[in-house]
Design a protein around this ligand. Structure first.
Ligand code: 13P
Ligand code: SF4
Length: 371
């Protein structure tokens, strides 16, 4: 990841997809990656932030993909490090008046929708997601209007306005269970925005799914041919993959799951070496929770490639200790969601939370087809 404080331009192209509902026109995104402080500066920032969190009756909720310093600080101050499903639930249920969400914008919006009377702040307002950017409200609304007979299921990685048009919201930790449940009720699905996750769920459930053509710029980069070569070099290793990865990667995986699902699989599987196809921010938790095991990043390029991507989300990387200290001091970077839009967007989220609270499955799905 670029360590300069200058803007980093991330270009990506979205391939043509035969069942696309509407063209995905987002070709460029911006991310500013902060300079990493020295160990002494980090320690000073952490104690300042801990004090500010106390003073402001605030709790820090962090995603597994943000910098290890932020993950450790969240846990040390009584907050949470987790996947997007548990972040949503924790923020809603916590007594703190201010929720500080270290992740990307849709996570802050979800927290605000679920807790409209709390203050929700984020270290970096421009930290977004290629899935959210690639699903603009107007085009998505037109797609839904063209298929009124379908139940609209959207991934958490979307704007509040897109959620407000949906019947259900899901995260990768519960998407399979929710779609299976809807299929059992005879429903046809309109799915957005991640085409890899959608195609995976369609293969697993046999549900009738009409797909939006979005993808994650991080998971899209994993390469199956090189993954096979890496696996051959580590024959005892098990492959763990996030379902935002392309189908060729998922076909090689021994377990497929959300970030929490991958952590659970690494803990419970007997292997001692794992190849992991997800954002490398998860390596921090994988390694600290499993000190006797070895974790290898899945490849994002082959030997002949002129450029290797870093398997790290540029928007997650915008979260920093400095940014967090500044917003806590200034009270800036508050997430606002129009109250009537928020009320409508809450319905699909509440539906998901009610559904998942009845389930104990934490998101691991054994990959029956894997070798
Ligand atoms: P999880 O729902 O597994 O936390 O994933 C969120 C995300 O953005 C993955 O890229
Ligand atoms: Fe979005 Fe991918 Fe970043 Fe997750 S890793 S926030 S899906 S761009």
């Amino acid at each position: 990841m670029n360590a300069s404080s200058q803007p980093v331009r991330v270009d990506y192209e979205l391939p043509d997809f035969s069942r696309v509902g509407a063209a995905n026109s987002v070709q460029h995104a911006w991310a500013r990656v902060p300079v990493q402080p020295s160990p002494e500066e980090s320690a000073a920032l952490k104690s300042r932030i801990a004090e500010l969190l106390r003073q402001k009756n605030a709790v820090l909720v962090a995603h597994y993909y943000v910098h290890p310093d932020l993950q450790d600080l969240a846990e040390a101050t009584g907050g949470l490090v987790s996947d997007s499903l548990e972040m949503a639930r924790f923020g809603r249920d916590h007594a703190a008046q201010t929720l500080v969400v270290a992740g990307v914008r849709f996570m802050g919006e979800t927290a605000k929708i679920l807790s409209p009377y709390k203050t929700v702040i984020v270290p970096e307002l421009e930290a977004t997601c290629s899935l959210d950017l690639g699903c603009p409200t107007d085009a998505f609304t037109a797609f839904c209007d063209a298929h009124p007979e379908r139940t609209v299921v959207v991934y958490a990685n979307t704007s509040a306005a897109v959620k407000a048009r949906a019947d259900w919201m899901v995260t990768s930790g519960c998407a399979l269970d929710v779609v299976r449940h809807l299929k059992d009720q005879g429903k046809k699905i309109l799915w957005a925005p991640d085409r890899h996750l959608g195609a995976y769920i369609e293969r697993e459930t046999g549900a009738d799914m009409l797909m939006w053509n979005g993808s994650c710029i991080v998971h899209d980069e994993f390469k199956a041919f090189e993954l096979e070569a890496l696996k051959a070099a580590h024959p005892g290793a098990k492959i763990l993959a996030h379902p935002e990865s392309p189908a060729a990667i998922l076909a090689l995986a021994d377990a497929i799951g959300s970030t929490s699902g991958i952590l659970k699989a690494a803990r419970e599987m007997e292997a001692t070496t794992f190849i992991v196809a997800t954002d490398n921010g998860l390596m921090h938790k994988l390694r600290t929770l499993n000190p006797g095991k070895t974790f290898i990043e899945a490849p994002t390029a082959g030997n002949s490639a002129t450029c290797k991507s870093c398997a790290h989300c540029p928007w997650m990387a915008m979260n920093s200790l400095q940014g967090l200290a500044e917003v806590l001091e200034s009270g800036g970077n508050q997430i606002e969601v129009d109250p009537s839009l928020g009320q409508r967007a809450r319905l699909p989220i509440d539906r998901m939370l009610a559904f998942t609270s009845q389930k104990t499955n934490a998101g691991i799905i054994p990959n029956i087809g894997a070798a």
